[in-house]
Write a protein that binds this ligand. Structure first.
Ligand SMILES: [Zn+2]
Length: 418
């Protein structure tokens, strides 16, 4: 749909979507694309989605009106857990490039091509870089990616093969982000029309547009009922921010609210939004526990869940606001717990999850134990990526914790070729 305007999430300033924009020029706030969805209320119904393409572009009315750069992203499986009743695993590992980053980059690169931009730059903890490189290749654009030198080998290799310009940095994603910003300030867009355009997390409005489709899918795949809670591994937090935006939009469209017993149509029940972070880098958890509205830069960030190694999220104020408004919470998981959950999920569910995704299981178990979540609560756990992109990291973590593989075949013949 045609974008009405871009709106600053801090001051409410309106900006035109007719030209590329990064952040609010007044206060650096994140920009949201706004559409006239109210005009579709009653005209566009969930049933109208039947038979549409099984990708995130099926929600075309809620996405920018531009020719998509698509590799088939989105509409990933919603798998009922084999272990817990009322629990679902939303498996984002089946996206192109093996992670949920595909959604955001499909939308961002679509709009970059639409605007005639040529060179896209971003820092990445790993998977965003791979996704940017793939979509830039598909669009015929150049990608400039800065990533920590110790990212999973899959991320380095995919960027190379997709033809991106990669700079490996002796530091964290925050250091990478600083290097991109310096270069863009010197010779980037808009000073130089052929210069780099910054597609860093939340520094342009469209990655969140792609990621928000996870919110539409959660609703559609659960029969247009929202779950009681969503557990979301939070690095930059774009998916959480996007899903909350999607719930607002679905309410505007009249797709949610009122139809579920106990829901007042004026204030539909929203899922409790739950952040999970790695104990070695948990700035949102720390801020949440201290009752703050913004986080502080986490010192010495360290975890093998590479995507959670984000010392300070640019949209931290939005994430913390959503946790509060939704009645959610924030929990952390140690690397040992994450590794053990990765193995557990693989062996019990048949889902070989990225460490970030397996952290969702740790959070679920902790919140069930604490009573925050009940057995009857419908809960969606996000697996944000595929473990196949982390084999080196997982093996290294195995060695580090000296976690011995369970000798399943030796346990009294429970498993065997009989
Ligand atoms: Zn602003």
């Amino acid at each position: 749909m045609r974008i009405s305007f871009l709106e600053c999430t801090r001051c409410g300033e309106h900006l035109s979507a007719d030209r590329p924009q990064n952040i609010c020029p007044k206060d650096g706030g994140v920009l949201f694309a706004r559409y006239d969805l109210a005009s579709l209320k009653g005209k566009l119904r969930p049933d109208d989605l039947r038979g549409r393409v099984a990708s995130m572009w099926r929600y075309a009315e809620a996405l920018p009106d531009a020719t998509p750069v698509t590799l088939g992203e989105g509409f990933t499986p919603m798998l009922p857990s084999r272990e817990f009743a009322n629990v679902y695993i939303k498996d984002e590992g089946l996206n192109p490039t093996g992670s949920f980053k595909a959604r955001g980059m499909s939308a961002a690169v679509t709009m970059a091509r639409h605007y005639g931009l040529k060179k896209l730059a971003a820092p990445s903890a790993g998977n965003a870089g791979g996704a940017l490189a793939a979509y830039a290749a598909a669009a015929g654009l150049e990608a400039y990616i800065f990533m920590p030198k110790d990212v999973p080998i899959a991320n380095r290799m995919e960027c190379d093969y997709y033809g991106a310009h990669v700079t490996l940095v002796d530091g964290l994603i925050s250091d990478c982000g600083r290097m991109v910003a310096e270069r863009i300030n010197k010779e980037g867009w808009p000073k130089d029309k052929d210069g780099w355009f910054d597609v860093s997390t939340l520094k342009e409005p469209f990655r969140v547009e792609g990621k928000k489709t996870m919110g539409y899918e959660v609703a559609e795949q659960l029969g247009w009922k929202l779950p009681d809670a969503i557990i979301y591994p939070t690095g930059g937090g774009v998916g959480m921010i996007g899903m909350w935006k999607a719930f607002d939009e679905m309410e505007e469209l009249g797709w949610i609210g009122g139809e579920r017993p106990g829901w007042a149509s004026s204030s539909p029940k929203r899922p409790k939004m739950i952040t999970v972070q790695a104990a070695g880098c948990a700035p949102i958890v720390k801020a949440w526990e201290a009752g703050k509205t913004a986080s502080e830069m986490w010192a010495d960030a360290s975890t093998f869940a590479a995507g959670l190694r984000v010392p300070k999220a640019y949209g931290d104020y939005l994430i913390l606001d959503i946790l509060k408004k939704s009645g959610g919470t924030a929990v952390s998981a140690t690397d040992e717990e994450i590794l053990s959950a990765t193995r557990h999920w693989a062996s019990v569910e048949g889902v070989f999850a990225a460490p970030e995704g397996a952290a969702s299981l740790v959070a679920y178990q902790k919140l069930r134990a604490s009573g925050f979540l009940r057995a009857e609560d419908t809960v969606v756990l996000f697996n944000t990526g595929s473990a196949y992109k982390y084999l080196d990291m997982i093996e290294a973590q195995e060695k580090k914790t000296r976690l011995v593989a369970p000798a399943a075949r030796n346990i009294g013949g429970i498993i065997g070729p009989y």
